[in-house]
Design a protein around this ligand. Structure first.
Ligand code: C2E
Ligand code: CA
Ligand code: CA
Length: 371
């Protein structure tokens, strides 16, 4: 069967997943040859809207009747093999029984996540954001944690991608926003000094129907001043000039909310996209800050980002600042804000609010400056 004839049997299985049925292949070598020809197609770039785009593919293969004798199990096994191919960065993988053990943990996590919210297992630590010139805390980023009943503390790096895949990011993301705003209002009521809170919003959540309405409702319900709320979104959102993302961002800005582009420099946003969106902050990704003391390239990239941000009237936040040498260089280059272990790790709420007490504010600012 030719590549074209087989592709006609290709079925869209998910947003970016496809199923291909190969009938009666004569051997595994034949299947391998086919997978390689398919992958070969992705070595070429695609022109979309006059932009050159490159995409990749990972292929998982399960064979009837060796791997399963029902359509459902064949599909599940191909999916498991596909994740294994993706993880290893190899183009294709045949299914092997041991792969299921490896993903068993992931599947378990996925099931547990459904009840994490209801069982009160999620909580939010806060990481201070510091003004580099004064050492003063000017805000904090809200980060999500999951206290799993058996596995202990699970990092968002492990479960946010699962949230995205299952769609759970929408209710969980909403909970993060609501809890952060409720706490902001509560601290204010306790007479603590007001602070800006930055909440991470995934692309899926940002583009969900009614996102602006939901944010508006949370602000109304909690009666917080929207100028104290920042939303952090990733660069991939900037690629999406066709959809309603610009409109959503504009509406949020009109409400008084600030927008930050997270992990800046790691995505593919072009400068043209950057100028189209109503953004307030660029967050320089930790990978560049890490190389500041050793890599001339990181220095060049950071200087370029700061110069560009200044030209566009945006503020720059450096992420992952771990030592004084990095902080000194960032100050020298004109970066205004920083976050990182040098100043503070993410703090649980009870520790974080100690920095908000008006009477010890001065002392704590000094601590951040000296560390
Ligand atoms: P991010 O938004 O880039 O968050 C910064 C991450 O860097 C945090 O990891 C923080 O603990 C860590 N970090 C901060 N300073 C330093 C430093 O000096 N050195 C090092 N090595 N690390 C530092 P965390 O909390 O594990 O979060 C990881 C990612 O998970 C976040 O990256 C964000 O993409 C995602 N995430 C966290 N909370 C949420 C959330 O509520 N919603 C969404 N959609 N994503 C979230
Ligand atoms: Ca962030
Ligand atoms: Ca980041």
């Amino acid at each position: 069967m030719t590549l074209l004839e087989t592709l006609i049997l290709c079925v869209v299985w998910g947003g970016d997943e496809f199923t291909i049925l190969i009938e009666n292949p004569s051997s595994r070598v034949d299947i391998e040859k086919f997978a390689n020809r398919l992958l070969q197609q992705f070595t070429r770039s695609f022109i979309v809207d006059s932009h050159e785009l490159r995409i990749g593919a990972s292929i998982g293969i399960s064979v009837y009747p060796d791997d399963a004798d029902s359509v459902e199990t064949l599909m599940v096994n191909a999916d498991v093999a596909m994740y294994s191919a993706k993880e290893k960065g190899v183009g294709y993988q045949f299914f092997e029984a041991r792969m299921k053990e490896a993903t068993g943990n992931q599947l378990g996590l996925e099931n547990d996540l459904h009840s994490a919210l209801a069982n009160d297992e999620l909580f939010l630590p806060y990481q201070p954001k510091i003004e580099l010139n004064t050492g003063k805390m000017v805000g904090a980023e809200v980060l999500l944690r999951w206290q799993h009943p058996v596995l202990g503390l699970v990092s968002p790096v492990q479960f946010i991608p699962l949230d995205e895949e299952t769609g759970l990011i929408i209710p969980i993301g909403h909970w993060v926003l609501e809890t952060a705003c409720r706490n902001l209002a509560l601290w204010r009521k306790k007479g603590l000094s007001p602070i800006n809170l930055a909440v991470n919003v995934s692309v899926k959540q940002f583009q969900s129907v009614n996102f602006t309405k939901q944010v508006k409702k949370v602000i109304e319900d909690t009666s917080i001043d929207p100028k104290h709320l920042e939303l952090e979104v990733t660069e991939s959102l900037l690629m999406d000039t066709e959809s309603t993302s610009i409109e959503t961002m504009t509406n949020l800005k009109e409400m008084g909310i600030s927008i930050a582009i997270d992990d800046f420099g790691t995505g593919y946003s072009s400068l043209q996209y950057l100028s189209k969106f109503p953004i307030d902050y660029l967050k320089i990704d930790r990978s560049f800050v890490m190389g500041l003391d050793t890599s001339g390239k990181s220095i060049a990239i950071i200087r370029a980002i700061i110069a560009m941000a200044q030209g566009l009237g945006l503020e720059v936040i450096a992420e992952g600042v771990e030592d004084e040498a990095q902080a000194r260089l960032l100050r020298e280059f004109g970066c205004q804000l920083a976050q990182g272990f040098l100043y503070s790790r993410p703090l649980k709420e009870s520790d974080f609010i100690k920095h908000l007490e008006p009477q010890c504010l001065k002392d704590n600012n000094l601590i951040f400056l000296q560390r």
